[in-house]
Write a protein that binds this ligand. Sequence first.
Ligand code: NAG
Ligand code: NAG
Ligand code: NAG
Ligand code: NAG
Ligand code: NAG
Ligand code: NAG
Ligand code: NAG
Ligand code: NAG
Ligand code: NAG
Ligand code: NAG
Ligand code: NAG
Ligand code: NAG
Length: 669
Amino acid sequence: MNRRPIFLLPLLFVSILLVLSNYYTSFHLKSQSVDDSFSPPQIEVHRTHPQTHGNYTQTSLSNTSQHHVNSTATNIDIAKYFNLTFPKKNNNADPFAPQKRTGTVWTSPTKHQDNNEKYHWWQYSDTCFAVDDICRAFQNQWFYNRKYHTNNINQQHQPSFELKYMPYAYSRGTWADTRIQMNVDSTSQFVPWEKLKELNVCQVSPVPYHVVLQSNYNDMIGEFYLRTMLDLYKLISSTHTSISQDETQYYVHIAYENKKMLDAHKLMLSGMHPLRPTGNNAVHPNSSIRWAKSAVDLMEPEHDGVCQCYSKLIFCGYNATYTRQSLHNTSDNSTQNKFDLWPSTFVDAASTEIKGVTSSCDPISPLLAQDPYKCQVYAKLKAYLLSNIESHYNNIEDSVAEYRRQILRERNLINESYNGDTREWAVVGLAQRSSRRVWLNLTQIMDVCNNNSQFRYQNDTQANVVCIEVNVENTTTPHEQFLLHRSLDALIGVHGAQMTQALFMRPTAHVLELLPWIPSIRKVHCSFVFRVPLCMSYKAYGRGSWTARTSIPTPIGIMFHNTDLNHYGYSLNRSSLLLCEGVSSSPELDKECLTSKENADKFAWDKRDFRVNHSVVMEFIKRFVLRTAHVCKDLIDEARREFVMYNVWCRNESDSSDGAPLELKHFYR
Ligand SMILES: *[C@@H]1O[C@H](CO)[C@@H](O)[C@H](O)[C@H]1NC(C)=O
Ligand SMILES: *[C@@H]1O[C@H](CO)[C@@H](O)[C@H](O)[C@H]1NC(C)=O
Ligand SMILES: *[C@@H]1O[C@H](CO)[C@@H](O)[C@H](O)[C@H]1NC(C)=O
Ligand SMILES: *[C@@H]1O[C@H](CO)[C@@H](O)[C@H](O)[C@H]1NC(C)=O
Ligand SMILES: *[C@@H]1O[C@H](CO)[C@@H](O)[C@H](O)[C@H]1NC(C)=O
Ligand SMILES: *[C@@H]1O[C@H](CO)[C@@H](O)[C@H](O)[C@H]1NC(C)=O
Ligand SMILES: *[C@@H]1O[C@H](CO)[C@@H](O)[C@H](O)[C@H]1NC(C)=O
Ligand SMILES: *[C@@H]1O[C@H](CO)[C@@H](O)[C@H](O)[C@H]1NC(C)=O
Ligand SMILES: *[C@@H]1O[C@H](CO)[C@@H](O)[C@H](O)[C@H]1NC(C)=O
Ligand SMILES: *[C@@H]1O[C@H](CO)[C@@H](O)[C@H](O)[C@H]1NC(C)=O
Ligand SMILES: *[C@@H]1O[C@H](CO)[C@@H](O)[C@H](O)[C@H]1NC(C)=O
Ligand SMILES: *[C@@H]1O[C@H](CO)[C@@H](O)[C@H](O)[C@H]1NC(C)=O
């Protein structure tokens, strides 16, 4: 048994400690291993916004937009032609070697002012850092083409800076993507636009804003949504101006070499854009949406032939520090500031509020249970994304109906002559994963579902149900991923990131989260040492109790909390697990087998594959998906002891007439 000392403290505090210890263990994210020697000096830097102050010597790229070139000249010519020198990239450096943060912490001057001035959203964050009029030549070589007269720190808007990839802070043992780094010296890497224009080898992006998003867990789509998307939304919705609606190209900084941008990143970020991009391509979704890219595409794109300029480049999710540095020009003894951008844990939006939302919520805090209706931020975020995504389509209902017809046609359930809206069908998705937590008997269950002609609505008419496999790793475009989820009446799957896309399902659709079997018995034992209680908590042998909790939403469930979706949970039991099956019926021996050296890794909740009795799926469909009168009391009866109803829409019995509006309810266990 694993004993974990908590603290030497009076008993009075033990219960509080338990809450906290639960809080921390359920916070399954490793803390950032920031160098302890780093202590930020308390000096605030005021960096004046260039559009209101400051002198430029050269034309801004925003005034030269849409400059395209046909040149095939390689960009190395630019560096040679203008005698630019670039720091050598050290490819042999250990990307996991800790790097010491030095210098003064930079904080956004505008974030801390409250004068209703119209700033851009990123100016409300201490972790967003913007530069203007910058170009990338061949091989990730960057240079400015505009600068200030002055070297005054208050006006230094074209700073020398270095973007550090700092993977040691993530430390999940995967090799860092060293392509994502930047190093710009504003004095030695500088060519005025006028000169560049003469050479005619650089093109300027017509998109005014380019935003690189970093957050410690961007590679995990659920975390990306819960953290980066929420912070971004908080910032954008707090902006005093409509400027956030200007066209933006997003890039996602994913720290690991072996992790890729997913369609879901693109889909989610497309929802941050309220407007349909202008131009005559704005009709078809896949040609009109400016999908997010990987930060690699910004720094080391595959086709690296053209010199590319940007009028504004914003880095969000980085803590900046700066140090004084001698100018490159040796005949000038003066110094300038050099900024270092270090990946921060999240995009800081702490002090910004979402309009119309009085309270935010912590997805991991047990305090959520105290007032489950208070937490509205994720509901707001979902509504915002969905309304934007819908606006990208000319007629979303038509697109979805066609997608559903396609599903039914492929299964020979309808033929070409069918032209209805398919609403007489219930389409149920079974969420498969390609590795880790594979649903072993999904195909068998799908067969049972699709061969069952016994499905009935409450009024006893026969119901048409079709079960399909949903695998977010199999879709080919973000657009397809959206239509697929929007086509589902229900989605059933194990706790995991693949359930995140349920966000895109239509209002009142059903989500069933299968909760992993975690044989956890958390016990606390206190003994007295010199009259002071020493309390130990017995660590559960199945790690991951937060994935199985039924008294508050799981970290996946928090995304659906207070939204227009119906979200249910079902606790899987021992029989969901093949490991050690039949070894012993004794729980003690079973535990011994499961936690043995050879099995421990396979037993980890996040790796273990599972199976489900088909009756779980069938009962869920019958009891909830096909329900027509949504009386709360009946739902509670139907849930019995098997299902938890985290977030459901139902009516009181007294006003169960069809017209009465559904109300949002939470029935926890
Ligand atoms: C801008 O330049 C003018 C004249 O060159 C100077 O008087 C003024 O102080 C400068 N403004 C700033 C903010 O540096
Ligand atoms: C850019 O053009 C606008 C008008 O199109 C003008 O008001 C502004 O001063 C110009 N900015 C620069 C830096 O040239
Ligand atoms: C670039 O090349 C294409 C095809 O060769 C041509 O149609 C286009 O007019 C050229 N654009 C410019 C700005 O020269
Ligand atoms: C680059 O350096 C060479 C040799 O020092 C010099 O002749 C040339 O004028 C420089 N080019 C520019 C654009 O300063
Ligand atoms: C949109 O994407 C689909 C499938 O990816 C493709 O078949 C279609 O041609 C695309 N449409 C446009 C206008 O690009
Ligand atoms: C270097 O600095 C001196 C003094 O400020 C200046 O006169 C000279 O033009 C600078 N040289 C370059 C290449 O920027
Ligand atoms: C730069 O510093 C050196 C040594 O400190 C000094 O000899 C030189 O005069 C200084 N140059 C200028 C332009 O101040
Ligand atoms: C980095 O930024 C995050 C988010 O604002 C903040 O919580 C954290 O304290 C910062 N870290 C350092 C070392 O400044
Ligand atoms: C299509 O289905 C309808 C209804 O099931 C049937 O009446 C019709 O004959 C079918 N048409 C074809 C071409 O199979
Ligand atoms: C029974 O309920 C279903 C689902 O609401 C509906 O489509 C169907 O028309 C109803 N049938 C009768 C006979 O009322
Ligand atoms: C998804 O891809 C996997 C592997 O490529 C394949 O085995 C599976 O059948 C696919 N599932 C669907 C629903 O297409
Ligand atoms: C998996 O599904 C199949 C088909 O329903 C069923 O025969 C099998 O018993 C299921 N496994 C379990 C453990 O329920």
